[in-house]
Design a protein around this ligand. Sequence first.
Ligand code: NAD
Length: 458
Amino acid sequence: MKYFLMNQQEAEEVLAEKSLTIAVIGQGRMGLPISVVFLEAGYKVIGVDVNPLLVEKATKGEIQLVGEPGVEEGIKKGVTEGRYFCTLSHEDAIKQADIIIIIIPLIVDEDKKPDLTPLTNLMDQIGSVLEKGQIVITETTLPIGTSEEIFKPILEEKSGLTAGNDFGLGFSPERTYSGRVIEDVTVRYPKIVGGINRKSTERMAMFYETFVQKGTIKMSSAKAAEAVKVFKGVYRDINIAIANEFAKLSEGMKLNFYEIRDAVNSEPFGNIMLPGAGVGGHCIPVYPHFLIENASKIGLDLNLVKTGRVTNASMAKHVIEKAEKGLALFHRKLSDSKIVILGLAYRGNVKEHRYSPSLEIIKLLKKIKANVILNDPFYEEEEIEKEIGIKFQKDTKTSLEKADCIIILTDHDEYKNMSLEEVDQLARKPYVIVDTRNIWKKDKQEFTENRLLLKIGI
Ligand SMILES: NC(=O)c1ccc[n+]([C@@H]2O[C@H](COP(=O)([O-])OP(=O)(O)OC[C@H]3O[C@@H](n4cnc5c(N)ncnc54)[C@H](O)[C@@H]3O)[C@@H](O)[C@H]2O)c1
C-alpha cells in the first residue's frame, strides 16, 4: 500500500523511517536543489528530465549548477549512497514513486497567455501509469485553479482513479530565491500546502513537515495555495512599477529618487523598492499574465496589474534613451559608438537570464545596428553566440577597453567591486555610463571631464 492510502500510524512510520521514494520531474535550477532537500531529509529520489545530457551527468553525480550552494555535493552524495538516480523515463520513475513532485517551467506564449501544454502533456503521462496511494504535488507556479480544474480531470480520466480518494493531489509553491534554494526551503519560510481535498492537504503537510523547520501553512484548497504564489509575484511586479514611475518622475523634476526613497523607507509603512531596467526571471514578469487570464475568465479587468507590466517593460527603452541623450552631449550617436552591456543575468550573482531586461535592451540596440559587446562573467562565449547572437567578452576589463558607453544592467559582485577610476582607465574618454543598478552611489548625475554617470531616478 502506498503513502496516500496508509492509515495514520503507517504513514507516520514510513515518514519516520524515510522509506518513501520521491520522483522529482524537472531537474533544473529548482528541481535539483529540491531533490537535494529530499535526499538530505533521508528519502530516495528519482530525478526525471527531458535533457539527455543533464540526465547522464546527474546519474553520475557530475551535475554543475553555478551559484546554488550545496546542490553539486548533495547530488553526488545521493548517487554515492545509492539514493539518487536520474532518468529520461517518466514511466519508470512514476511507477517507483510514492510522491510525485512536478517542477518544470510554465511560461507564457506570444499572446502572453499561460501555455499549459507541457504540463497537461505531463499529466497525461502521469495519469497513464498512476497507481492507487500515490500523491501528485505540483511545485511549479500555476494560474489559480489549475490543479483542480485542469490537472484533476486529466489524471482521473487517464488513470480511472478518483483524486482525493484513490490518489492525492495538491499544490505547494517553491517560495525560493535562486542562489539559496536549499536554505529557503528548509530553514527560511513555512511551506504552503493546498490539496484538492483535506486528506491530500494533510498528507502533503505531514511529508513536508519532516524537513521544513518552519512547518507548513495548510491552505483551505489547492486554489488558495496557487493564489499565494501568484499574488506575491504580482504584488512585487506592481511595487517595482511604482518605483520605476517615481524614478522617472524624479528624473524629470530634477530630484534624487534614492534620497527620497531612503527618507520614505525610514518609517515602517514605507517600503519603496528599487527602480531599474525592468523585471526579469521566469517568475515576476510572467505571473501577472496568469492573474490577468484568471480575471478575464470571470469578466474582471485587472487594470493595475496590466499597467504595472507596461511600466516595467517600458524601462528598457528608457535606459536606451538615457544612453542616447548622454552620448549626444559628447556629439556622438548610439549607432557609431562602442556600447558595452555589463550583465545578461536578470539578477546579481546568478546565471539566469530568462526575460532579463538585458535581452530587450540588446534587441533594441541591434535594431539600430549599434556596435554592442556583452559581458557577463557567469557565461561562456559559445552559450551567448549560439543563443543571443551578439559579440561577447567574458573578461570584464577587456570588454570595457575603449568603450564609448557602458550600460550596467546586473549588480554582479565583480562589477560592484570595480571603482569608477578603474573604469576611467579603460574606456574611451569622455564616455557615458548608465548605471541602472545604482552600483556607484552618487548623490547626483555626475559629469566630469572623463565621463558622464547617469542613473535611473536621478
Ligand atoms: N528559478 C526560480 O528562481 C524559481 C523560483 C521559484 C519558483 N520557480 C518555479 O520553478 C519552475 C521551474 O523553474 P526552474 O528554474 O527549475 O526551470 P529550469 O528551466 O531551470 O528547469 C526546468 C527543467 O525541467 C526540464 N523539463 C521540462 N519539461 C520537462 C518534462 N516534461 N519532463 C521532465 N523534465 C522536464 C527541463 O529540461 C529543465 O531541466 C518555474 O517555472 C517556477 O514556477 C522558479
